[in-house]
Design a protein around this ligand. Structure first.
Ligand SMILES: Nc1ncnc2c1ncn2[C@@H]1O[C@H](COP(=O)(O)OP(=O)(O)OP(=O)(O)O)[C@@H](O)[C@H]1O
Ligand SMILES: [Mg+2]
Length: 329
């Protein structure tokens, strides 16, 4: 991830979050960032670092969920030569590597009880000791803990130490799911299209109004990451400069998806539009075949296309893979 990557925040919900983040960024307060997968927690952690007094220092991320317990402790605390079999040379841990900078503990709930106990000691004493070491090093590191689990719940279940939780949880920033802040959807989609166009040297791509409407009422279980993947797929499948609904992954546009939305129930016309589009896409826009599946006459199908503003053929000539399911989120 590049430093100072653009942080899109158009919705009042995200603006409130960023205001809170701006208040704590310049302090050395330990921050816990929570939120569903793909909501922008990692980006927010980076933003905090970039807007802190430590911005010129190192930004170090350790993914606590990705490393087995023994490796994780060696990674975090480092070790001296001979600390254990195979430790043929000393190694600086990530805590030390983050001196005068920020250390992000990603998926912090995955820390083992033993790593939790050691980390607590490091935070309390502000000193770190390498495995097998004898002299502690003074530590000047800002900690950010990231989790998509409910950490307080993990404490209640005794899966996470309460004392460590309270040490870490000085400030909590909660990244809201994308479906709870629809005002960010179109601006984020445009931001990703701009990025993609620049990266692939494509002409600037825009969203058709109907595409924006469909995106705004989709519930995005994969949050911002799912939106980014959908835009990448759309950019590569459209032959033109406009993203039309048929360039979106089918799961975003299907009638079933519309019906599943927790709060915004579709009208009959919206359902019918989505279903007609879905069937047309499935049969490669062969009208006779679509009419047969829909149980209506071809004349009736054409009337519906006119009434609902559905094009008679895909809006842009597909480049040969417009009907596959594309990269999934
Ligand atoms: N507000 C935003 N502005 C611009 N890009 C964003 C924003 N929020 C998220 N993104 C982008 O969406 C993708 C997912 O975000 P990120 O990796 O930060 O999510 P996460 O919450 O850390 O996910 P996970 O729980 O899976 O680690 C990234 O490519 C990120 O750059
Ligand atoms: Mg992340």
């Amino acid at each position: 991830m590049d430093a100072l990557e653009l942080f899109i925040c158009a919705s009042p919900e995200l603006q409130a979050l960023l205001r809170d983040a701006a208040r704590v960024a310049p302090t050395d307060a330990t921050v816990v960032i929570t939120g569903e997968s793909g909501t922008g927690k990692s980006l927010l952690a980076h933003w905090l670092h970039d807007h802190s007094r430590r911005a010129a220092g190192p930004f170090v991320v350790i993914d606590c969920g990705a490393l087995p317990e023994t490796l994780l402790e060696a990674e975090l605390f480092g070790f001296e030569r001979g600390a254990f079999t195979g430790a043929s040379a000393a190694k600086v841990g990530r805590l030390e590597a983050a001196q005068r900078g920020t250390l992000v503990l990603d998926e912090v709930a995955a820390l083992s009880p033993s790593a939790q106990a050691k980390l607590l000691r490091v935070i309390e004493e502000r000193r770190v000791m390498r495995l097998g070491g004898t002299r502690p090093t003074k530590l000047d590191v800002r900690l950010i803990a990231v989790t998509n689990l409910d950490l307080a719940g993990a404490v209640a279940r005794q899966a996470f130490r309460a004392d460590l939780f309270h040490r870490l949880n000085v400030v909590t920033l909660e990244a809201p799911p994308l479906r709870a802040r629809p005002g960010d959807i179109a601006p984020l989609a445009r931001h990703f299209l701009t990025q993609i166009a620049a990266r692939h040297q494509l002409p600037l791509l825009t969203l058709a109004p109907e595409t924006a409407r469909i995106l705004e009422r989709y519930d995005f279980p994969g949050n911002v990451r799912e939106l980014r993947h959908a835009m990448e797929r759309a950019a590569l499948t459209t032959g033109g400069k406009v993203i039309h609904p048929e360039h979106l992954p089918p799961r975003l546009t299907s009638a079933a998806t519309l019906m599943r939305h927790p709060t915004r129930k579709p009208t009959l016309a919206e359902l019918e539009t989505a279903y007609v589009r879905e069937i047309l896409q499935q049969v490669g826009w062969r009208k006779a075949e679509a009419a047969r599946i829909l149980g209506i006459s071809r004349k009736n199908l054409y009337e519906k296309l006119r009434a609902y503003g559905i094009p008679y053929r895909p809006s842009d000539p597909p480049d040969g893979n417009a009907s596959d399911s594309g990269p999934s989120a």
